[in-house]
Each structure stands twice: as C-alpha cells, then as structure tokens.
Design a protein around this ligand. Structure first.
Ligand code: DQA
Length: 146
C-alpha cells in the first residue's frame, strides 16, 4: 500500500520536549523507525511534518490527488480544536485515516480528552509511543471498508 504519515505541530521536537511524556527518541529516529517498519511489511511510505494547519490540510489533499491508499496522522494539538483538519480528512472520500498519539491523551489534561479529528478517522490509537504508528499501519492493512 501507498501510505502517507503526517505529523503535526511540535512533533519535530520530540526527544527534546517533555521527555517524561514523549520519550527520548528524536523525531528523526522515530521517522527512521516508521520507514523501516512500513517498508519491512511491503508498503511505501511518505513521511511529512508541519507546524501549520494549512500545510497539514494540503498534505491531506495531496493524499487524495495522488491516490494514497491510507493515511496515519498525528495532528498534535490540532487534534483538540481543528475542524478544518476534520473536514480535510472527511474530504478524502475513501482514503482510510488512522489517528495516532504517542501519549495516552485520555490520561492527561482534560483539553486533550477531546479529539475533533478522530471522528473523521476510522479509529484512534494512543499511548503506545512510536509503536502506535505501526499499529496504525496494521489497522489500515486490516481495514475492510465501511
Ligand atoms: C500528541 C498529543 C497532543 O495532545 C499534543 O498536543 C501533542 C502530541 C501525542 O502524540 O501524544 O503535540 O499528539
């Protein structure tokens, strides 16, 4: 499958920011891990990161126009308030999208318990660190459609 992995704001700072929450692996180490795990399973992966909402929406539209088979997205804090990213995921008719978070957002501050983007996705995975991106891929591999 042709998969797009999108990471949102501040995820490029993992390994530096709040190490107790996000761990000590750098973003580039996590990207290498994702690439290796996806390719090992026979998939091609395009890894994208942006700190800007509009650019994340552009990535999602690119997934549609360039016929990606699935998207794994960690929208960072946009998760909790971006209706625009919700709509962009919904706009990708037929492209299954999985939401992933490194941390268990439900065990953290109350504002993180709400996801505006997960209802547009086939599901949400959180709390398993970088392994969540592999779980997201497995969810796409097993997805049979609506
Ligand atoms: C995060 C959780 C979000 O609440 C937070 O704003 C992030 C990272 C995660 O991967 O755990 O930036 O998406």
């Amino acid at each position: 499958m042709k998969i797009m992995v999108i990471n949102g704001p501040n995820l490029n700072m993992v390994g530096v920011r709040e190490k107790g929450v996000y761990g000590t692996k750098t973003f580039s180490e996590i990207c290498d891990y994702i690439k290796e795990e996806y390719e090992k399973r026979g998939h091609s992966v395009t890894l994208l990161q942006s700190n800007s909402e509009g650019e994340i929406i552009d990535f999602l539209q690119k997934a549609y126009f360039e016929n990606f088979d699935g998207v794994v997205i960690n929208p960072g804090a946009y998760t909790h308030y971006s209706y625009a990213i919700h709509d962009a995921i919904k706009g990708n008719v037929g492209i299954p999208t999985v939401e992933v978070h490194l941390s268990n957002v439900h065990a953290r501050e109350e504002f993180r318990h709400i996801s505006r983007t997960a209802p547009a996705c086939i599901g949400q995975i959180c709390g398993f660190g970088e392994y969540g991106y592999v779980m997201g891929l497995m969810a796409l591999e097993n997805y049979k459609g609506e």
